[in-house]
Design a protein around this ligand. Structure first.
Ligand code: FEO
Length: 404
């Protein structure tokens, strides 16, 4: 195996020993349309150290990459920056095979590892700012609690200036290239934004704090080595800047109209609303029919938007199921500073729009108008009302944009 799966040398002492998952298309509800990687890193110091592992089915691949550099039994320390199983699934079997002297994690990480794997051996808890000597190299641990789990931390390898950032600054992107600057900029930007929008968005205030803390520490950073996707080398400043901007969630001139439809009436309203949005002052409109758009792609479009307009037909006195699915997902992501409105066609009872209004309010979307309900197929007058609704939201988008 070690002749097939080889480590990739990143610095004099650091090797990538992870795995590429070309096949995954669903990551707990997030559409990973370009697959992902599970990055693990080997530090060749006097104390040979493995930083994170991989998802369980990829353990043999990781071990082969390690073996292409050093016999796995020579690993002295394992650092677990984050307990989620895409990074620790391979840990129990790796521990059994390697028998390292010590495993290190944050205090919450030690608890989470015990709760996941019921390990007999202890995990040594490390504190924020604690240093660990590897003999001729030194690690520093920085807690990043709730980014995005309570256990999360990052590890800095001082002499090599490498920040092992676990999920931080990552993206779901399988590629044969290991460095971000070897990949097309539009792909990187899209996948980095999608990752932030779907994983980090609820923790934006903490992201802002951690970025400020990292700036204050003024650590020289040669590589940002995340646990998913490519490694940031020349573009390290770029990804830090993007995260800062996304965490701020400033309103933009873009509006997102998302809907599902039964017989095309709510779809017709959506198109009329899009016209009104532009007339009112939105700079651009993205119309997203849920029959064609995944919830995680809607979340991505909303990352840099100023308005969310949602439409649902009424079915059996309530919302269309795909719309309820979407709002359940978006509510958890807690996007801030959006204007919005609701709309939908109905046959005889029409509860869906009232439910949408209430749900959007609960999500702190600032409603620019009361929801629009139209019976069965909208006529010219109803489409005029839809356009007028869009115009009101467009005006709100323009005003909020001007205020920032
Ligand atoms: Fe990539 Fe939160 O695990």
């Amino acid at each position: 195996m070690k002749d097939v799966f080889q480590a990739v040398k990143l610095t004099d002492r650091v090797y990538w020993v992870g795995a590429i998952d070309w096949a995954i298309r669903d990551f707990h509800g997030y559409a990973t349309t370009r697959g992902t990687t599970y990055n693990a890193y080997l530090v060749l110091a006097e104390k040979v150290t493995l930083v994170d592992t991989v998802k369980a089915p990829f353990r043999a691949e990781m071990m082969a990459r390690i073996a292409s550099v050093v016999a796995p039994e020579r690993i002295d320390y394992i650092i677990s920056n984050h307990s989620e199983m895409d990074h620790t699934g391979a840990l129990p079997e790796t521990l059994a095979a390697v028998r390292p002297e010590k495993v290190f994690a944050s205090a919450n990480g030690a608890k989470a590892l015990r709760a996941h794997f019921h390990l007999d051996g202890g995990v040594t808890a490390v504190r924020d700012g604690e240093r660990l000597s590897l003999g001729d190299r030194n690690l520093v641990f920085l807690e990043t609690r709730m980014l995005h789990w309570p256990d999360s931390m990052v590890t800095y390898l001082a002499e090599e200036q490498v920040l092992f950032s676990q999920d931080g600054f990552g993206m779901h992107l399988a590629s044969s290239e290991r460095y971000a600057d070897e990949l097309p900029q539009d792909v990187l930007r899209h996948e980095a934004a999608k990752y932030f929008a779907n994983i980090l968005l609820p923790f934006s205030p903490l992201v802002t704090k951690v970025l400020a803390h990292v700036r204050d520490l003024a650590l020289p950073i040669r590589l940002i080595a995340p646990d998913h996707g490519p490694i940031h080398r020349r573009d390290a400043g770029w990804i830090l800047e993007q995260w800062g901007r996304w965490a701020a969630q400033a309103p933009t001139g873009k509006a997102v109209v998302v809907y599902d439809t039964m017989w095309g009436s709510t779809a017709l309203l959506a198109r009329a609303i899009a016209e009104g949005l532009l007339a009112g002052g939105a700079e651009t409109v993205q119309v997203m029919p849920l029959a064609a758009c995944h919830r995680s792609d809607v979340a991505t479009e909303l990352l840099e938007a100023g308005a969310l307009v949602v439409g649902s037909p009424t079915i059996n006195n309530t919302l269309f199921p795909t719309v309820a699915d979407l709002l359940t997902y978006l509510e958890g992501l807690r996007r801030q500073h959006l204007a919005g409105a609701a709309f939908g066609s109905y046959g005889w009872s029409g509860e869906a729009v009232g439910r949408l209004d209430a749900w959007l309010k609960a999500m702190k979307v600032d409603l620019a108008a009361e929801g629009l309900r139209t019976v069965y197929v909208p006529d010219a007058a109803a489409l005029g009302l839809a356009r007028a609704l869009g115009t009101k939201v467009g005006e709100a988008v323009r005003a909020r944009r001007a205020a920032t």
